[in-house]
Design a protein around this ligand. Structure first.
Ligand code: G6P
Length: 611
């Protein structure tokens, strides 16, 4: 949520920052801005996407060896030029970009107003830079010292970067609760919300920790903690390639990521699954499989699509491991004073590893004695670091705001976890274990076959794109898939869509059914097959339009559905990884046919770093 980029070094800083902002636009895109130093501080900001800022700046002299930039997802104040970042101090000498929320900004603002400060924006960020300025002036100290004092009073989450007209060779940054990566080059440094703006220049990065302050010059990086003690920067090697963050010939990142799934699922299984020899290795949680097997309860906390992956995992883990599983919206779990403690295992599922609600839920459960395991995609992310142990999903960078490949990789990894615990616990037969290993091994190929349905699904999308509402129904393992299908559609096509357990549909949503309503059934051959056939008939009896996702070779449902999409057969435990593919494509094609920017749907952001 909000992307920040900064550069200091020998290059022309503005193009580096502009390109970085484009890479980070998935984090927010309602306005953007940059600040440079060129005979004084210059700040430019514009409502809209980064391209609008770029147009606005074309032809201007943007030469500078230092620059900061921001792409915004509004929290305080509507998206407009005035509320865009960077924000400046009262004397116009300091400019700041910020990702996060200053929760006590109203109180600080009142204090500053009493002291005569005037504000141009409605943001918490402008309050913070004025607060730092006020401390600097009243204590006659350096900005770095003023920042340290200010942060002791600030409540909330932040990554901030400050540029100071009087100190043109230094950037000052600080982090608490939001991500900050520093790229270390030769005589240059890059600061960003994630590694994507950095990877084309250097593979050496430092992940800044909470409560650390970075003083960054072209050829020097000093890290200090909030009590002013020097910290040793821990330089890590990035393992992503530039191609992973570019569209590579696809019209959209979302489509590229949908089509990458045979490979990304393979990557999530690689080195872990050895079906031929009946082996499964999960080094990341080696010391915790016992704890999981004997857990009083497993609680999965997550948000959005990751929460849907958690729901599938509930079915998987309960069936395989015979351990009770609860799946919680992280935001609700944290604030309802849950009963949690020793004996409970929390599994936090997150693509970004930075989702604020998930992080806070983990922190509170950890403080109460629960073991925390992370299933994250982004290596080195906050959730990964806060966990006692975990398993990375290895789906590669996901740029499209609507999650696709991260979801299927999460399902694959959560299935591996369930299988590993089950075989060690003895709650699964050797034969079923081997069968499921074989099934998992075949998944990438079957997903590849499901992707061949793209053209057919495009036609189905054309037929239904003008519908006002959609209903998605599934049972058992396919119920969370129905939820995910509905979420994908509303995220990128802005069509109202509801996911429901197919049987529960009789208790309300059936009232919506008429000849206008497309109902998507996820009805592959599983233990609920006969039951869902009855549910389809109930919809047809009321003239609803049925789009059915079925198993190849099905003879029964095609005779009653309006449109049928046949996916490869798979064991029901792993079938969600396949049955979700047509739903991703359906949402994609409907969104595109309506002319929407499917990679950056309105109002959404990929990494939600505010609670
Ligand atoms: C946002 C994204 C979703 C994502 C959710 C959770 O809402 O738009 O795609 O599923 O956050 O994010 P996480 O990174 O924790 O999986």
């Amino acid at each position: 949520m909000c992307g920040i980029v900064a550069y200091i070094g020998q290059r022309d800083a503005y193009p580096v920052v502009l390109k970085g902002l484009k890479r980070l636009e998935y984090r927010g895109y309602d306005s953007a801005g940059v600040a440079i130093l060129n005979h004084g501080l210059h700040v430019y900001k514009k409502k809209g996407k980064v391209a609008q800022l770029e147009d606005f700046l074309t032809g201007k002299n943007m030469q500078s060896h230092i620059a900061i930039g921001h792409t915004r997802w509004a929290t305080h104040g509507e998206p407009c030029d005035r509320n865009s970042h960077p924000h400046v101090s009262g004397d116009g000498k300091l400019a700041m970009i910020h990702n996060g929320i200053i929760e006590n900004y109203a109180l600080l603002k009142q204090e500053l107003l009493n002291k005569g400060h005037q504000f141009e924006s409605d943001t918490d960020t402008e309050v913070l830079i004025h607060f730092i300025e006020e401390i600097r002036n009243s204590n006659q100290c350096a900005v770095e010292e003023a920042l340290r004092i200010a942060l002791k009073r600030v409540v909330g989450a932040y990554v901030i970067v400050i540029v100071d007209e009087d100190n043109p060779d230094t950037l000052i940054a600080a982090r608490k609760g939001s991500p900050l990566v520093i790229g270390v080059g030769k005589g240059e440094h890059f600061l960003a919300s994630d590694a994507s703006p950095i990877v084309e220049y250097t593979k050496e990065v430092v992940y800044v920790n909470d409560y650390e302050i970075a003083i960054v010059k072209a050829d020097e990086l000093i890290l200090k903690n909030i009590t002013n003690e020097r910290q040793t920067p821990y330089i890590q090697k990035l393992d992503i390639e530039l191609t992973a963050i570019e569209k590579g010939g696809f019209d959209h990142f979302m489509l590229k990521e949908i089509f990458e799934q045979p490979q990304t699922i393979f990557d999530s299984l690689r080195g872990r699954l050895d079906a031929k020899n009946g082996q499964l290795t999960l080094g990341g949680i080696r010391e915790y499989t016992d704890v999981l097997a004997n857990a009083r309860r497993v609680i999965i906390v997550a948000c959005g699509t990751s929460w849907h992956a958690g729901l599938v995992a509930e079915y998987m883990i309960e069936e395989l491991c015979r351990v009770p599983v609860e799946v919680e919206y992280a935001s609700e779990f944290r604030y309802r004073n849950p009963v949690v403690g020793p004996g409970d295992v929390i599994i936090a599922v997150s693509q970004s590893g930075e989702t604020a609600d998930t992080l806070v839920a983990m922190e509170s459960a950890k403080a109460q004695g629960a073991i925390i395991l992370g299933v994250c995609n982004v290596v080195g992310s906050s959730i990964a670091r806060l966990s006692h142990a975990g398993v990375y999903t290895h789906a590669g960078p996901e740029i499209g705001v609507a999650s696709t490949k991260a979801f299927t990789a999460q399902l694959a990894v959560l299935c591996l976890i369930g299988l590993k615990v089950a075989i060690e616990k003895g709650s699964i037969s050797q034969q079923r274990f081997q069968h499921l290993l074989d099934e998992l091994q075949d998944i990438p190929e079957k997903v590849g076959l499901a992707l061949k349905l793209n053209e057919q699904i495009k036609q189905v999308a054309q037929k239904y794109k003008d519908a006002r509402d959609f209903l998605y129904l599934g049972r058992g393992y396919n119920f969370p898939v129905a939820l995910e299908g509905a979420l994908k559609l509303k995220e990128i096509s802005y069509i109202h869509a509801e996911g429901y357990p197919a049987a529960e549909m009789k208790h309300g949503p059936i009232a919506l059914v008429d000849e206008q309503l497309p109902v998507v059934f996820v009805a592959t051959r599983d233990s609920f097959y006969e039951k869902i056939v009855s549910n389809i008939q109930e919809i047809k009896a009321r003239k609803g339009k049925v789009i059915a996702i079925v198993t190849e070779g099905d003879q029964i449902i095609p005779a009653m559905a309006d449109d049928v999409i046949q996916v490869p057969e798979a064991d029901e435990l792993v079938s969600p990884i396949i049955s979700v593919i047509p739903l991703q494509l359906l949402a994609y094609h409907i969104g595109v046919s309506k002319g929407y920017d499917v990679d950056k749907p309105r109002n959404l952001a990929k990494s939600v770093t505010v609670e």
